[in-house]
Design a protein around this ligand. Sequence first.
Ligand SMILES: Cc1ncc(COP(=O)(O)O)c(C=O)c1O
Length: 383
Amino acid sequence: MKPIYLDYNATTPIASEVADAMYPFIEQHFGNPSSNHRYGAIAKSAIGEARQQVADLLGCNFDEIVFTSGGTESNNYAIRGAVLANQGNHIITSIIEHPAVLEVCHYLEQQGVQVSYVPVDEYGVVDMHSIESAIQTNTVLVTIMHANNEVGTIQPIAEIAELARKHNIIFHTDAAQSIAKIPTHVNELKIDLLSVAGHKLYAPKGVGALYVKEGIKLERLIHGASHEQHRRAGTENVASIVGLGAACKLARETCQQEYQRLKSMRDYLFRKINQSIPEIRLNGHPEIRLPNTLSISFPGIAANTLLKLVPEIAASVGSACHSGKINMSHVLAAMSVSEQDATGTIRFSLGKMTTEDEINHATELLVSAYANLINKKKVYASS
Ligand SMILES: Cc1ncc(COP(=O)(O)O)c(C=O)c1O
């Protein structure tokens, strides 16, 4: 029996529709899209179709999409590219970003760029006033993630983008976790730059995209030949790009109904655990949250000990505990979650293949393992 996979925020399997679209480009159509012959033309046209499919999901023009190697590269390109190509050397970001944003900012700080890290409230929502008061005359970029990978909280992106636009500041969002889960129309959200990570939406690992609004200047990250309209050099990863396009098409067709299905299953999982363990704590915003994400703190235990007792479940711990030392998650710490609660935090993230049977089975296993752990603790305490 395969473990019950509840870690879709870490990565997703490749959807069968995506694999089907990719297969001819693995097996048969090997041409270099830059070649001026029939082989090249087939690959080039497939990339063009994929670019349109990504653009359709984001509601933008196809020439505003640049294919990359994934979310990390897209974030690097957006942040470094914006700082290098535009006037100003101050960035505003939040303290709960993914390392693919935070580490870029830390690197830029070493190069003399100033960075303001704005706080979040107890639900993980960024503080608008802090963003507004952090704005300086030399602010070149605001980069705030659309939805958080650990707790699922969705940020007020449209408002932040509006604020940035009012001050003539470029706005970037890391949408690695929100794409295909909630609407991500760049024009409605007034976004200038948006990062996509293929493997979070049932496309392969190692492919992604950056939306670059027409007119936004970016310095290149990768130099070489003239691929991707001179924006990203290197022969294109054709099969994976085709896969990303197919995944975006699938997301457009299924996002709305999947939203409801995932949300009700996620809430059912919470209710079932809560019935047996009323002391659990929900992390993240109770409402304004990704429909598939459930971060909960189990009191009195270490999450990795609990998960070790249930190898039938594949989920993530909120804060890792190594040889008695707690490596507290920067997201939970920013939300003022206590060290004890953070240690007992598990992130469950549901996806396309999750079934109600799996949720029922996972709950039974978890609740009984938790009871065993607590009973053991009681026996130790009384002996
Ligand atoms: C919010 C967020 N940004 C960026 C990334 C990095 O994306 P990739 O793995 O495609 O480089 C991830 C992946 O975990 C993520 O969750």
